[in-house]
Every structure is written in structure tokens, then in C-alpha cells.
Design a protein around this ligand. Sequence first.
Ligand SMILES: C[S@@+](CC[C@H](N)C(=O)[O-])C[C@H]1O[C@@H](n2cnc3c(N)ncnc32)[C@H](O)[C@@H]1O
Length: 210
Amino acid sequence: MRLRNIKNKNELIENCEYLIEDASILKNNWQEEFGNNNPIHLEIGMGKGSFLLGMAKKYPNINFIGVERYTGVLARAINKINKEEITNLRVINIDAIKLNEVFDHEIDTIYLNFSDPWPKKRHAKRRLTSEDFLRVYDNLFKGDNLIIQKTDNVGLFESSIVSLSTYGYKIEDISLDLANTDKENVMTEYEEKFVNLGVKINYLYATKKR
Ligand SMILES: C[S@@+](CC[C@H](N)C(=O)[O-])C[C@H]1O[C@@H](n2cnc3c(N)ncnc32)[C@H](O)[C@@H]1O
């Protein structure tokens, strides 16, 4: 995601009550952090945060955590989130490959929205649905694994279906044109852009038994 430099980036990040700076200290204690036993949903690669914020407002009985590895992008999200008073939302600044340092069987659902497609074969391991990442996710889930993916990118979608199925996930639901379904949907920044250009959005809902 390209962004023009955000000037007060460090200040925004330092003063954000929603950002957990050293998220690893909350490993096994996330319910305590939220002060309730509500399910915890994770968005990996949250970008500028519209989806995360929209979901947290729409579903107050679910706790949402956004994961983003680039501080420049995170600062944009924080700028938006800081204007809200919301108790069921946190953000963390980490590469998703390290998420086992932060969660131990505490997550109910993972959202992968418009993840970077990494189209070249030699970069396939970097896709958020590659086997390396799926292995990391196994230890995040509290019960059965549940991944929900949205993407405009057909190549990434195809590779995700193969990777998830090979790894033991069951694709329970799929759409090649999300806008033409009756599914509840909160749009992401990328999604809005693509939908406005008339691009169809691919969607899948995949589960794996523990
Ligand atoms: C194409 S953007 C999509 C942003 C947002 N989900 C949306 O739909 O508007 C992908 C985002 O995922 C983040 N990302 C990619 N790989 C990541 C990783 N391994 N760990 C954490 N964030 C990652 C990128 O920095 C970028 O902000």
C-alpha cells in the first residue's frame, strides 16, 4: 500500500490508546485486556482500518484486533480510530508471521481482506494463505479454525483455495461476486475502490476442525 508520508506519524502512534505496543505481554491474557469473554476476531493486514472500525461499531459484542506491519499505514488507521470512543477494538504493529508470539488459542475468526497477491511464484510463501502462514494461524484459534477472505485478485483467490484445501480447510461458502449476494458486508478501503470501478469481489469462508 503506497502512502504519502504522514507527518505526525510517531506522535499519532505514541499517543494511541488503541495500540498495544508490546502485544506479546498480553499472550494468554487478551480476554482480560478487553474485560469480557466475548469472541476475538483478527483482521490481518488491516490497512487504513475502515473494515476494523466498521465491524467494531456494528458488532459491539465481538472484540476486534487489527494487525498491520507498516507503521505508515497504521498511522492512517490510528488517525481515524482516535476520533472514536470504542472499547472493543485494539491494533497491533507486527508481521503476521510472528503472531504466535502474541496469541495462544485465543482467536475465533481471522479476516484476510485484499491481502497483497504476491503473483510471482518465487514470492508465493509471502501470501497470507501460504502454508507457512496457515501453520502460524493453527495456534491462534481457540476452537475450530475460521478464515474469511475477500479479494479482487483472481490469482490470489485461486491459490488460496488450493492452499486452504490442501492444508485441511473445508471451503464452506464462496462467491465470485460478493456485492450480488445477501451477505452482511462491511467494506474495506480497497473494496470500495474496486467496487466503484465495477470489479467483482471474490469471497470465501473456510473452516478446519481442531
Ligand atoms: C493491499 S493492503 C489491503 C488493506 C485493507 N485490508 C483493505 O482491504 O483496504 C494489504 C495490507 O496488508 C498488510 N500486510 C501485508 N502482509 C502483512 C503481514 N505479513 N503482516 C501484517 N500486515 C501485512 C500491508 O502492509 C497492507 O497494509
